[in-house]
Design a protein around this ligand. Structure first.
Ligand code: HEM
Length: 429
């Protein structure tokens, strides 16, 4: 089933005035829900899934301020030395998921759960594979993959209806990221299942998939070590084998896991949400069809208006911090709410309106859909390019594309922090 287990909803409503991220109202309509919290204040008391207290940071300026403030850390233990590693929201979340004890290092070793200097070291190693130049060079290949998938799209139609999520929005980014990392073609469907299991918030699926994925990556590394190429996997192996202090075994496995999962789950839903947004805003769709050069600005606006990631990982205060008049104490957890920041009327005119021409051409990024600061999305350039290629190719192949159901009938995965369509049924003509 699609609904998260009761373990995750049992704390909803326990603390009046302190909304829990699992609250169905926040999950069902995060724009209205977090929007109301934003208008309540820039820093609002809330609760994480495990019922631990968090500060929601809801407005554009304050979100960016925290994300570039080194007093806020991603790793709770480095934020409050002496804090018990098992006594953090992330650890309690892993408890709730039935996450095997011996595998927790693979999450804790992630680039997202580390701070300088470890974060800087990991980020430097992997960012070489994602330079603007490398991504530009990849564009013809991304276009080719998109064209091939779209050429076959009509074959998947049943009664003239095709699910774009299943047959295009997922296969495109998963093919791109797997080619970049070096994941063999036959393994890719498996990765997609693992990805879906990990984000499902369902303990049985998670505890089945995570160990299988870790084993699989170890095997993949062993196999690639016998025949290195120029993919990211080979790069990581070279770095590790050259000098283990630059990249540990666990870090290598975790990096593969993070890049493959972060590299397709999110981008798939930018393509899905973006397509749904265009099809429900015919005036905007018309603008884009009339002027394909608008695409980069359009993707920028779609990231702001319906980006797939609605909140960041938790941050932890490493000292007492005064933020917008609120006293945040050492060790307190902070959740940056990207969805409300991206609709902050203090920063945008008419923020709820989708306006593909809102961002001037060539202008610096003006939203927080990819985060901000040291942990700013490593794959942002790649994701934007995939978004541009995907939407451009889709409208070229199927100019008469339309929704096959009423917009209200579109179903989303009921998990906090992300905005995912379960399916996007379309008529191609
Ligand atoms: C980090 C969003 C695509 C890899 C992030 C963060 C956000 C984000 C919000 C920051 C999280 C935080 O600060 O807690 C997105 C969105 C995407 C996307 C909306 C697609 C539309 C990708 C792709 C890759 C990727 C294609 C593939 C390389 C990463 C990694 C990090 C990250 C490795 C961690 C960076 C660090 O900790 O230094 N992403 N992402 N993402 N993203 Fe993305």
């Amino acid at each position: 089933s699609a609904s998260p287990s009761n373990t995750f909803t049992e704390h909803v409503g326990k603390h009046p005035g302190e909304p829990n991220v699992m609250d169905p109202a926040l999950i069902g309509d995060p724009f209205a829900g977090y929007g109301a919290l934003r208008e309540q204040g820039p820093v609002v008391r809330g609760r994480f899934m495990d019922d631990s207290p968090v500060w929601f940071v809801t407005r554009f300026e304050e979100v960016r301020e925290v994300l570039r403030d080194p007093r806020f850390r991603n790793n709770p233990v480095s934020a409050a030395p002496g804090a018990a590693p098992e006594d953090t929201p992330l650890s309690r979340l892993m408890d709730m998921m039935g996450f095997p004890e011996h595998l927790r290092v693979y999450l804790l070793g992630s680039i997202l759960n580390n701070d300088a200097p470890d974060h800087t070291r990991l980020r430097r190693l992997v960012s070489r594979a994602f330079t603007a130049r490398k991504i530009t060079d990849l564009r013809p290949r991304v276009t080719q993959i998109a064209d091939e998938l779209l050429a076959r799209l009509p074959e998947h139609a049943e009664d003239g209806v095709v699910d774009l999520i299943q047959h295009f929005a997922y296969p495109l980014p998963i093919t791109v990221i797997c080619e970049l990392v070096g994941i063999p073609e036959e393994d890719r469907p498996q990765w997609r299942t693992w990805g879906a299991d990990l984000v499902s918030l369902q303990p049985d699926r998670m505890s089945r998939s995570f160990p299988a994925m870790i084993d699989h990556i170890h095997e993949l590394i062993a196999a690639r070590r016998r025949a290195l190429t120029d993919d990211l996997l080979s790069e990581l192996i070279r770095t590790h084998d050259d000098d283990g202090s630059r990249l540990s075994d666990v870090e290598m496995v975790t990096m593969v896991l993070t890049v493959v999962l972060a590299g397709h789950e999110t981008t798939a839903h930018l393509i899905g949400n973006g397509t749904a947004a265009l099809l429900t805003h015919p005036d905007q769709l018309r603008l884009l069809k009339d002027d394909p050069a608008l695409l980069p600005r359009a993707v920028h606006e779609l990231m702001r208006w319906c980006g797939p990631v609605h909140m960041t990982q938790l941050r932890y205060a490493a000292e007492d911090v005064e933020l917008a008049g609120v006293r945040i104490r050492t060790g307190d957890a902070v959740q940056l709410i990207l969805v409300s920041a991206n609709r902050d009327p203090r920063h945008y005119t008419d923020p709820d309106r989708l306006d593909l021409t809102r961002h001037p051409a060539g202008h610096a990024e003006n939203h927080v859909g990819f985060g901000h600061g040291a942990h700013y999305c490593l794959g942002a350039t790649l994701a934007k390019q995939e978004g541009e290629v995907a939407l451009g190719a889709l409208l070229r192949h199927f100019p008469e594309l339309s929704l096959a159901v009423a917009p209200e009938a579109l179903e989303r995965t009921p998990v906090p922090g992300s905005w995912r369509l379960n399916a996007l049924p379309l008529r191609l003509r």
